[in-house]
Write a protein that binds this ligand. Structure first.
Ligand SMILES: Cc1ncc(COP(=O)(O)O)c(C=O)c1O
Length: 416
């Protein structure tokens, strides 16, 4: 592992120079969306400045340049997650759309009345609502793998019990956006496969932060968002094994996704284009490509190690403060947890915490984090505050957050 040169990385992110409320910005909300390096911003500028054209249509040079850049980005994304080829890479808007596409296409074909669909209690709404909708449409049954007593990890006994019902699909997050838990999706998926289930991994919080190898995980589907991994908004990826994609019907029809169209019949384009109707998010693909280049240059293993280092430091500092609780595995029970730390300060609403942080130039998130069953039912809080780290964060920014907690406690006259 190579220690990150965080100062040089930070110089690539223009936004880190802005002042917020008169302070140097401390951005601790990368789980919501990451900041963008100049290389990504510039790639989009270059596209519009030098080779803007529609793709897959024109036979002039400008169109070829745009097509090569867009299609080339898929090769990069395929390598980034170790897919077999770009045929397995479908561009969508984001993780949410990727999972909805699976539910609408694969789900419509394969889920029947009385079938079981399995998710876990720690899912983001993106990996819950599409399954609930599908279950309702099909009169299928949505089941949940319970969390263990600590309310931080998957209960493996519950997983095994639920798998006895032979669900048709298991959809689970790789890394929780609330708890920071990293699920062993390879082991979980292998158990699910033994019961004949397809396995979908929600990689929204893993692909940006750690090396991902979809072939090693052996998942059938893997979904992630460009905007959480230094790329632009509006571009995300659905990876799926080629034979499964081949068996799935398209959901959205129009230009580019067809091979032939007659008045009353069509044939579909090759993978992955069969799932991408209409003009693509060309700037998105180009920006994502630059983001992948950037991440590869820094090294995903190095990024992961850097975040673990900061997270360990933050957890240690938080554990030294009274009246603060952290929701998620502690470092001893899960040293490989991610850099997402949800916390509460006794007697203070998380929105007040976030407002006071904001007054000190620190951006954190407060709310149910689109995981209401987890936050409101299991953690039993209406909302929690959350800080999340990325490659550009430093330990002194953790110190600023710790100072902000002291300020919150002072304002609300809490503890010592
Ligand atoms: C675990 C997880 N899944 C899915 C999503 C949805 O991502 P998007 O809003 O980019 O579709 C998020 C976003 O925060 C997430 O954290």
């Amino acid at each position: 592992m190579k220690r990150l040169d965080v100062e040089s990385i930070r110089r690539d992110f223009p936004i880190l120079n802005v002042k917020m409320r008169g302070h140097d910005l401390v951005y601790l909300d990368s789980a919501a969306t990451s900041q963008k390096p100049v290389q990504v911003i510039d790639s989009i500028y270059q596209y519009y400045t030098n080779y803007n054209a529609n793709i897959h249509r024109g036979i002039y040079e400008l169109a070829e340049l745009a097509t090569d850049a867009y299609d080339g980005s898929k090769d990069k994304v395929a390598k980034f997650i170790n897919a077999n080829s770009m045929e397995e890479i479908v561009y969508v808007m984001n993780t949410t759309e990727a999972i909805n596409l699976v539910a609408l296409s694969w789900g419509e074909e394969n889920i029947k009345e009385g079938d079981h669909i399995l998710i876990s209690e720690m899912e983001h709404h993106s990996n819950l609502v599409p399954w609930l909708l599908l279950a309702n449409r099909k009169k299928a049954i949505l089941d949940y793998i319970k969390l263990d007593e600590s309310k931080t990890m998957i209960d493996m006994e519950s997983l095994k019990e639920e798998l006895e019902k032979d669900p048709k699909i298991l959809a689970i997050s790789h890394s929780s956006n609330v708890l920071g838990t990293i699920n062993d999706v390879k082991a979980i998926g292998s158990l699910a496969h033994k019961h004949g289930a397809k396995v979908l991994v929600d990689g929204a919080q893993s692909a940006p932060h750690m090396p991902v190898d979809v072939r090693d995980i052996d998942c059938d589907f893997f979904a992630f968002s460009g905007h959480k991994m230094l790329g632009p908004t509006g571009i995300g990826t659905l990876y799926a094994k080629k034979d499964i994609l081949n068996s799935m019907p398209p959901v959205i029809g129009g230009g580019d996704m067809i091979r032939t169209v007659e008045k009353y019949a069509c044939t579909w384009n090759d993978l992955p284009w069969k799932f991408e109707a209409g003009t693509s998010n060309i700037e998105g693909g180009i920006g994502l490509s630059a983001a992948v280049d950037y991440l590869n240059k820094v090294g995903m293993g190095n990024i992961y190690a850097h975040e673990r280092d900061i997270t360990e430091y933050a957890l240690k500092r938080l554990s030294e403060i009274s009246n603060v609780s952290v929701f998620g595995p502690d470092y001893n029970s899960m040293p490989n947890r991610s850099g997402v730390i949800s916390f509460a300060i006794e007697g203070v609403h998380p929105h007040d915490i976030a407002s006071i942080f904001d007054s000190m130039g620190i951006a954190i998130r407060a709310g149910h984090h689109c995981a209401m069953p987890l936050v409101t039912e299991l953690i039993n809080e209406a909302a929690v505050a959350r800080m999340s780290f990325y490659l550009y964060n430093r330990k002194d920014e953790v110190d600023r957050a710790i100072d902000a907690i002291a300020e919150v406690k002072k304002i609300f006259k809490i503890g010592r």
